[in-house]
Design a protein around this ligand. Structure first.
Ligand SMILES: Cc1cc2nc3c(=O)[nH]c(=O)nc-3n(C[C@H](O)[C@H](O)[C@H](O)COP(=O)(O)O)c2cc1C
Length: 240
């Protein structure tokens, strides 16, 4: 009776970044907005755009004076809530997500002030979560923004590297995001398989992960060595 069926149970799931993702971003001149639009063509995610409470500010006027003043206030007193510009309420709880991708414009080598406000208020709810950082700047390097993210989300599990897209590269965001997702392992489930039954062999193996069928595929046991597989449409890294 026995169908030739080989069941592998992947008991230890060490990482599932595929799960639920929130993208949080701020954008003044819409470069980060365009980047996030492209990102959400490639991944399933809920998206929140941070908005300053004070409307109509011209952050670029007088050599970016307002943005400069906001960044200075934060630099001078980073632990004081009153250093951060007010933002509109956000009704999404980061605690509901496994992965949070932050889309940040760079202002004076730092993360744009309104986004810092959001993370100052919510970063502690992101402890242990996968955190991806995408930064847009005209030309300045992004290490200051990375430091802000780590200060504001001290217990985040950061995907590395961050993705830096210069404003002049915004139209190339699609391929840059695709490579970055691959590089960070965003979409890859890593499993250490516990093989329950290897007495039968077949070209149609049923794979289960945490008791859930991941899919059927044409891998035989012999081929399932350490490495990256696409099983049932999912990228799965087998780490035995
Ligand atoms: C207040 C302010 C300060 C900025 N400071 C810098 C800077 O120091 N270095 C830099 O390369 N770009 C700087 N920029 C440019 C932005 O980082 C860049 O235009 C980015 O693409 C903006 O993203 P957005 O269009 O999503 O707002 C600054 C922009 C603003 C508004």
């Amino acid at each position: 009776m026995k169908k030739i069926l080989l069941v592998l149970s992947f008991v230890l799931m060490t990482m599932t970044v595929r799960a639920k993702t929130l993208v949080v971003y701020y954008s003044y001149t819409n470069n980060v907005h365009d980047i996030v639009t492209e990102l959400t063509r490639q991944i399933a995610a809920d998206v929140v755009r941070i908005e300053p409470a004070e409307k109509g500010l011209d952050y670029a006027a007088n050599n970016y004076a307002i943005g400069s003043a906001q960044i200075s206030a934060i630099r001078n007193n980073p632990n004081d809530a009153s250093s951060y510009p007010a933002i509109d309420p956000v009704d999404v709880d980061p605690a509901d997500y496994d992965c949070i991708i932050i889309g940040a414009p760079l202002w004076w080598s730092n993360m744009a002030a309104p986004l810092q406000t959001y993370l100052f208020q919510n970063g502690s709810k992101m402890a242990g979560k996968k955190i991806g950082l995408i930064v847009s700047s005209a030309s300045s390097g992004i290490s200051g923004v990375e430091n802000d993210a780590k200060r504001l989300i001290p217990d985040g599990d950061f995907l590395t590297p961050s993705l830096w897209i210069r404003s002049s590269q915004t139209s190339n965001a699609s391929s840059m995001i695709e490579s970055w997702l691959e590089l960070t392992g965003y979409d890859i489930t890593t499993v250490a398989p516990n093989i329950l039954d290897e007495s039968n062999n077949t070209n149609q193996t049923v794979f289960t992960i945490d008791g859930v069928v991941a899919g059927n595929d044409a891998y035989s046991l012999e081929t399932l060595k350490r490495g990256l597989y696409v099983i049932g449409g999912k990228k799965i890294y087998v780490s035995k």
